[in-house]
Ligand binder design. Sequence first.
Ligand code: SF4
Ligand code: FES
Length: 248
Amino acid sequence: MNLTLHVWRQPGPGAEGRMETYQATDITDDMSFLEMLDVVNEGLTRQGIEPIAFDHDCREGICGTCSQVINGIAHGPDEGVTVCQLHMRRFKDGDAIYIEPWRARAFPVFKDLIVDRGAFDRIIQSGGYVSVHTGGVPDGNAMPVPKPAADEAMDAAECIGCGACVAACPNASAMLFVGAKVSHLARLPQGAAEAAKRVRAMVKAMDGAGFGNCTNHYECEKACPKGIKVKFITKLNREYAKLLKEEV
Ligand code: SF4
Ligand code: FES
């Protein structure tokens, strides 16, 4: 199939950007969206035009780097998949496709479709860990974890830190991401000891990075490729409320 691509091009951080139009020709159904961009980039390189910069790593839905807004939807039109898992069979011959980077003040554009998601790293650095003694590995059975807690922690731990929740939210809120990280650790006995310190630090880092607040649009849940539910935002709020109560 042949497609018309309208792609955001921006030479660097803070530089002026614009939509440019390219033709994607001889694209097959079984190509992934990123493979389609690879083909387009080979053509641009042959013509002496700088290829479109886009982020990717695993190409199997794990690393969360392939952040693109396709036809106005974070990660494109298929639910529950990242851009690297989106296939060209989802489009038809003659389609026009609009491709843009995540749009959020806390995720400034590096170049073309690549954004700086360092704000997420800083939130994790602030408290997204458990402190453990180094040395011998403790027996896995020494600390029993109730099955419902293990299940909920696993659900929250599915977050791959892609940032689609931020890109989809009209407030550019990171509360689904932070809620998933806070819940995943607070639900386990290993993480419970530092729960109060963690939620305080992560919320502070989130606010400091310039993310907006949640006003219940639920767009984050819809855009999330890993099915992270907004109930984890509730859990984040509960953990924060517990902290405030402890301080009174
Ligand atoms: S909550 Fe979902 S959309 Fe947000 S960063 Fe995690 S995986 Fe991506
Ligand atoms: S390239 Fe890793 S999730 Fe898409």
